[in-house]
Design a protein around this ligand. Structure first.
Ligand code: SF4
Ligand code: SF4
Length: 302
């Protein structure tokens, strides 16, 4: 793969591994989590996005497609994103910049030149680079030469993985990746089937990662996956695998984006946890005495 399909490059990230980091978000994911914060990262192709708030009703897009999949309603374009999911030609048609493309192909050298801008910050803070997504693992054939190049600068490399690796790619990453962030999504099969469409056993990945440091990342969705079975599972995993250096509880945030695009997941909006609920989650950790668990970047004392 000569170019990677990138969804975003975020400089000065502080939540994707130690220190100050640049996080490269790769597009494409095999899972379909209903609570996905970045549903625009799921499709593994360049995808059209539409921002109706900028539309002035000029009709140029409507004429361009001869009315197929676009209607003019109250002097604004209504775009059927199922029809125009990949109509990236619309970007150059609209004078108001209502259309944009989600996903950009970038070469190793282009990404390295962005990453190296902050090399002094990585060195001073003990930071580095994180590959995230979507599911970055799926683009390992591109990341491998990128990671090799970054290793010439002795940068610390982290890989964020969903736990779903049907291609068996994970072992290929061991020579280059220093730290893994592993998502833990649920403990019960019915939750996986209903909200993710795929059941995962985190032990499959953890067995492979026994000789590597791992941070567990656990999105907590009130009354959906935050059952006692989940906290029991976390306690067992942390007890069984010494290489789990930390567990991050991530409370769900409702992000509503003005851009429209074809959704590939069955997105739902869930309850945002209040202070009391978060305190209950902290107590679940305390009563099980699970070591090194953070929530909102603060260690939970046990
Ligand atoms: S071309 Fe742009 S501004 Fe004009 S109707 Fe279409 S979306 Fe609206
Ligand atoms: S694994 Fe991550 S990127 Fe993929 S659908 Fe789930 S939350 Fe979204």
């Amino acid at each position: 793969m000569t170019k990677g399909l990138i969804f975003d490059i975020q400089r000065f990230s502080v939540n994707d591994g130690p220190g100050i980091r640049t996080t490269v978000f790769f597009k494409g994911c095999g899972l379909r989590c209903a609570w996905c914060h970045n549903p625009e990262s799921i499709a593994s192709y360049r995808q059209l996005s539409y921002d109706p708030t900028r539309c002035d009703g000029c009709r140029k897009c409507f004429d361009h497609v001869n009315g197929t999949g676009i209607s003019m309603i109250n002097n604004k374009a209504e775009v059927d994103m199922n029809i125009h999911d990949q109509s990236v030609d619309l970007v150059s048609v609209c004078p108001q910049g209502c259309f944009s493309v989600l996903g950009e192909e970038k070469s190793v050298d282009e990404i390295v030149s962005i990453i190296l801008k902050d090399i002094d910050y990585y060195r001073e803070s003990g930071g580095g680079v994180t590959f995230s997504g979507g599911e970055a693992l799926n683009q390992w054939s591109f990341i491998e030469p990128l990671a090799k190049k970054l290793k010439e600068y002795h940068l610390h490399l982290t890989l964020d993985i969903s736990g779903y690796d049907p291609g068996g790619l994970l072992p290929k990453t061991f020579d280059l990746i220093d730290l893994y962030l592993l998502d833990i999504k649920a403990a019960k099969d019915e939750i996986y089937q209903k909200y993710i469409r795929q059941t995962l056993d985190p032990k499959v990945m953890l067995e492979l990662l026994r000789n590597k440091p791992v941070i567990l990342r656990v999105p907590l969705i009130e009354d959906i996956n935050d059952d006692s079975a989940l906290f029991d599972m976390l306690a067992n995993l942390v007890n069984e695998y010494d290489n789990i250096i930390e567990t991050n509880l991530l409370s769900y945030h409702k992000l509503r984006k003005k851009q429209q695009f074809k959704l590939l997941n069955d997105r739902e909006f869930f309850t945002v946890a209040d202070f009391l609920k978060k305190e209950q989650w902290r107590n679940e950790i305390r009563i099980r005495q699970i070591r090194n668990v953070t929530m909102e970047n603060e260690l939970i004392f046990i």
